[in-house]
Design a protein around this ligand. Structure first.
Ligand SMILES: Cc1cc2nc3c(=O)[nH]c(=O)nc-3n(C[C@H](O)[C@H](O)[C@H](O)COP(=O)(O)OP(=O)(O)OC[C@H]3O[C@@H](n4cnc5c(N)ncnc54)[C@H](O)[C@@H]3O)c2cc1C
Length: 409
C-alpha cells in the first residue's frame, strides 16, 4: 500500500503533522520506535500560543499548572530577575501524556495508522526521489511524502542527505519530584550557576508538593564540559540545599537533546521533509520546541494537502513548505535566537559564561533580558543597552571578539 504521507516519530512535531494530515483526509502512517506515544519528554513550559495551536483551553485537563511569574536566579549568588505576566503573557505547564494522547486520538479518529516498535533505518529512494522508509528488519513502507519528525538524531535527515553545519546540541534531563514541601506553585524558576555550566537548571512546580526539575547544558569547550559535575550530582545538591525539595522523591526521569543554533540550511527535497528538532525548529536560547513543532507541523500538513491535490512531490513542490515556513515570525525568532546561542557558545569556549551570566542577572532589567532572549530586541533597546550598560556590554563584547579571533569564526 502507498500512503500519502509517512511520518517518522511521535514527538510534538510528528503528532501534530499526523493529526493535521489525517484531518485533511490524507492517508497517513506514523512509525514510532517506542511502544507508545506517552511517557516521553514532549516539553512542558509553554505560552498561550502553544495552547492555541493545540486547540486546548487554559482550564482544561491538558494543562498541569499555570504561572504568574518566572524568576531567573543565580545558584551561586542569589541575584535574580523576576519576569511577570505583563512581559511574557501567561505561562503553562502541559500535561504531556494527555496532550500526546489527544493528538494521537484525533489522528486515529481520522483514520491515521500507527505502528509502534518501528525503528526507521533509512529512507528509500527511487529515481532521485524519496518514496518511503525502511524500518526494523528491512520492512518497507511506501509513501508519497516522508516526514522526518524523528528528533535531533533523525535517521530520515541523515539518510536523505541533509546537513547540519552548525549543529549545537543542548543535553537535558527532567526529573519529576514528589513529596516536596511548601513550593510556590505560581512561580517557575530558571537557575544558572557554576555547577550547571552553559545552560540552566529549571524548576516548574506542578503543585505545592510536586515539581518538575530539569537541567540542560550546552557543551562549550571539552575542558569546561569535563569540569562539570554529573547532572545527578547537581540535582542531589539542589535538593539537599533547598528545604522544599530536601525530602523529595524522584518519581520519573526523562532525558533528551535539543538543537539550539537555529534552523538547518535545507530541510526539504523530492519526496521528503523534516519537521521539529530534526530541522532545528527550536527556539534556541530557552530550548522551547513544543510551540515551534506544533507550528511547523501545521504548515507542513497544509502543504502536504496541496502536494497530494496536485500529485506533485518534486523538490520544487516540497520546498514550498520550507519557503513559507522560513517567512513566518516564529522561524525568524528561531534564526535570531540561534545566532545568539551560537555566539554565546563561542564566547563560552574562551571565557567564563557563568561570570557573564552573573553580570547580566545583576545588571539587566527583566524587559531587556526578555527581549534579548526572545530574539526581538529593538534598535532602541540595543541603543539603551549600549549607553546604560556600557561596561557590561564592552566586557562581554571583548570576550566575544576574543573568541571569534581565536576560533576563526
Ligand atoms: C530536558 C528537556 C526539557 C524541555 N523542556 C521544554 C519546555 O519546557 N518547553 C518546550 O517548548 N520545549 C522543551 N523542550 C524541547 C522539546 O521537548 C523538543 O524541542 C521537542 O520535543 C521536539 O519535538 P520533535 O517532535 O521534533 O522530536 P522529539 O520530541 O525528539 O520526538 C522524536 C520522536 O521520534 C522517535 N524516533 C526517533 N528516532 C526514530 C526512528 N529512527 N524511528 C522511529 N521513531 C524514531 C522518538 O522516539 C520520538 O518519539 C525540552 C527538551 C528537553 C530535552
Amino acid at each position: 500500500m502507498t500512503y500519502d504521507v509517512i511520518v517518522a516519530g511521535t514527538g510534538p512535531a510528528g503528532l501534530m503533522t499526523a493529526e493535521r494530515t489525517s484531518h485533511y483526509g490524507l492517508k497517513t502512517l506514523v512509525l514510532e520506535k517506542r511502544s507508545s506515544v506517552t511517557h516521553s519528554l514532549m516539553g512542558e513550559l509553554v505560552t498561550d500560543k502553544a495552547l492555541k495551536l493545540l486547540r486546548v483551553k487554559p482550564d482544561s485537563e491538558y494543562i498541569g499548572n499555570k504561572y504568574t511569574s518566572i524568576v531567573g536566579e543565580s545558584l551561586d549568588t542569589g541575584s535574580n530577575i523576576v519576569v511577570d505576566r505583563s512581559l511574557l503573557g501567561n505561562s503553562y505547564l502541559f500535561d504531556e501524556d494527555k496532550c500526546q494522547e489527544l493528538m494521537r486520538d484525533r489522528a486515529l479518529s481520522d483514520n491515521a495508522e500507527f505502528i509502534y516498535n518501528a525503528r526507521v533505518n533509512s529512507v528509500v529512494r527511487e529515481n532521485g526521489s524519496v518514496v518511503g522508509v525502511n524500518y526494523n528488519h528491512g520492512e518497507v513502507e511506501r509513501g508519497s511524502l516522508t516526514v522526518g519528525a524523528d528528533g535531533s538524531f533523525s535517521r530520515v535527515s541523515e539518510t536523505a542527505g541533509f546537513t547540519h553545519p552548525k549543529w549545537l546540541l543542548s543535553y537535558g534531563y527532567r526529573f519529576k519530584l514528589t513529596n516536596c514541601k511548601g513550593i510556590d506553585p505560581g512561580t517557575a524558576y530558571f537557575f544558572v550557576g557554576k555547577d550547571v555550566g552553559l545552560g540552566y537548571l529549571w524548576l516548574y512546580p506542578r503543585s505545592e508538593t510536586e515539581t518538575n526539575l530539569g537541567i540542560g547544558r550546552v557543551p562549550s569547550s571539552k575542558k569546561n564540559w569535563k569540569a562539570l559535575p554529573p547532572m545527578q550530582d547537581v540535582l542531589r545538591k539542589y535538593m539537599k540545599t533547598h528545604p522544599e525539595t530536601k525530602d523529595a522523591k524522584i518519581a520519573s526521569v526523562n532525558g533528551g537533546v535539543v538543537p539550539c543554533a537555529g534552523i538547518i540550511p535545507r530541510f526539504t527535497d523530492a519526496g521528503v521533509a523534516l519537521c521539529g528538532n530534526s530541522a532545528g525548529q527550536v527556539s534556541s536560547i530557552v530550548g522551547g520546541g513544543v510551540t515551534t513543532c506544533f507550528h511547523a507541523g501545521q504548515v507542513l500538513a497544509k502543504h502536504t494537502k496541496r502536494m497530494v491535490d496536485t500529485n506533485d512531490f518534486s523538490k520544487e513542490s516540497v520546498s514550498k513548505y520550507e519557503k513559507e515556513y522560513r517567512k513566518t515570525k516564529l522561524a525568524s525568532n528561531i534564526t535570531n535566537t540561534g545566532k545568539g546561542m551560537w555566539a554565546v557558545s563561542k564566547y563560552a569556549m574562551f571565557n567564563d559564561p557563568i561570570e557573564a551570566a552573573e553580570i547580566v542577572l545583576g545588571q539587566l532589567d527583566a524587559k531587556t533580558l526578555n527581549e534579548l532572549i526572545q530574539g526581538h530586541a529593538s534598535v532602541g533597546t540595543l541603543m539603551t543597552l549600549m549607553t546604560d550598560f556600557l561596561p557590561m556590554v564592552s566586557r562581554i563584547g571583548i570576550g566575544y571578539l576574543r573568541a571569534i579571533a581565536v576560533s576563526g569564526f
